[in-house]
Design a protein. Structure first.
Length: 399
């Protein structure tokens, strides 16, 4: 039998999706599964986008420019000009989702065995992108006791080596919901400038900020504009996960031109997705106001409810729509699988994502889960009740 590559064999599984077979089996047994494991919002896209998708008025489906449709990039630049007036269409490259944006970025700036520094825990697929690019992740642990705030700047500097090419952050964070302040980012900028490396920020959840906090984009770090790269996407902003449209934004034209070569190799981003994403730019502010208010209600209901359960610890996130909860169990992967295989309350169970898949192997934490509050309030309340009842039953079974 032909032999597979070691890279393929060692490619990490997604902690978000690896328990899917157990969820599918539960559904076949007529158990309702409430999916809190994945960031798939139940909030619909803007009405104008749905109308556009249902009434595509085109005569041909051609390749777009490899960097993305010029009209879309021009219109999208107006969005980013509100953050930094220097951004123009030439500073933007359209990708097939934020995933391809990061994959292209890593291949542009890293050679095999180069290193990137990432606050830990981090979005699990960063592992996959890094592994596929032969890039080593150097993690810096963030503590649940400290609400997953960025570690002291000395910890970043102590991990910089000759192979370090970038610091990568997600702001606000997936999976933690942490929001990094202007002061924290300015400290990172000092290190980035000192060692002349890149600062890459995944800002996909930029709009989802709570408690009157403000998002500070690295596009506003004037001292390191040639060193900054933004990863973005329409997936969560407009509830358009399946459109698969992301973007790379940078004022470093050497980087953008290099990224274009990788983009040319895959020809072009999706045509229909770009048309839908261009329509999404017309979305009125009221849309965001309403959905942020809804997510805020969900956030408070879920986190306050979890913290009332004996032995559960869950910091209140400041952004995105995720939280990490520490549970009174030794192995949450076993617990999450048990939930799907053996437990239900009124014929309903929940699917959670074990958080150890969001941590580096070095910092493996086995008693936490990531929860996405992407379901309506009623279902979140049911989920809290299921988790509370399940923990009591599970711990009795394991004792």
């Amino acid at each position: 039998m032909p032999i597979l590559s070691r890279k393929g064999i060692n490619m990490p599984e997604s902690p978000i999706r690896k328990l899917v077979p157990y969820a599918e089996k539960a559904k076949k047994n007529n158990i309702e599964v409430l999916h809190l494991n994945i960031g798939q919002p139940d909030i619909p896209p803007p009405d104008n986008v749905i109308r556009k998708i249902n009434n595509f008025n085109i005569n041909s489906i051609e390749y777009s420019h490899s960097a993305g449709m010029e009209e879309y990039r021009t219109n999208l630049s107006k969005y980013y000009k509100k953050i930094n007036p220097q951004i123009n269409k030439q500073n933007i490259l359209i990708s097939t989702g934020g995933s391809e944006a990061l994959s292209i970025t890593l291949n542009c700036i890293c050679d095999p065995n180069d290193e990137i520094i990432i606050p830990d825990p981090y979005y699990a697929n960063y592992n996959g992108f890094s592994h596929a690019s032969n890039v080593k992740i150097v993690p810096i642990i963030c503590q649940i006791e400290n609400d997953f705030k960025l570690p002291e700047i000395d910890e970043f500097e102590n991990r910089i080596s000759k192979k370090t090419k970038a610091i990568v952050i997600c702001n606000p964070g997936n999976p933690t919901g942490a929001l990094y302040s202007k002061a924290e980012l300015e400290q990172l900028a000092h290190i980035v400038k000192k060692y002349d490396i890149f600062l890459i920020a995944d800002e996909v959840y930029r709009e989802f900020i709570y408690d009157q906090n403000k998002h500070f984009s690295i596009l506003n770090l004037k001292s390191i504009q040639e060193n900054t790269i933004i990863i973005d996407s329409v997936s969560k902003r407009y509830s358009m996960c399946g459109a698969r449209i992301g973007s790379i934004i940078s004022l470093n034209m050497d980087f953008i031109n290099t990224a274009l070569k990788f983009a040319q190799a895959r020809l072009s981003p999706p045509t229909f997705g770009q048309i839908a994403a261009m329509e999404a730019l017309k979305t009125q502010p009221l849309y965001f106001k309403e959905i942020i208010e809804e997510y805020d209600k969900r956030r408070k209901l879920l986190v306050n409810g979890l913290n009332k359960i004996k032995g559960v610890k869950c910091p209140m996130p400041k952004g995105a729509f995720y939280c990490i909860a520490e549970l009174p169990v030794q192995d949450t992967e076993h617990f999450c699988r048990w939930l799907l295989e053996k437990f239900h309350l009124n014929n309903t169970t929940v699917m959670l994502a074990p958080a150890h898949g969001f941590y580096s192997q070095k910092n493996g934490i086995k008693n936490q889960v990531r929860i996405a509050y992407v379901l309506e309030l009623k279902k979140l309340q049911i989920s809290i009740e299921i988790i509370q009842s399940a923990l009591a039953t599970y711990n009795e079974d394991q004792s």
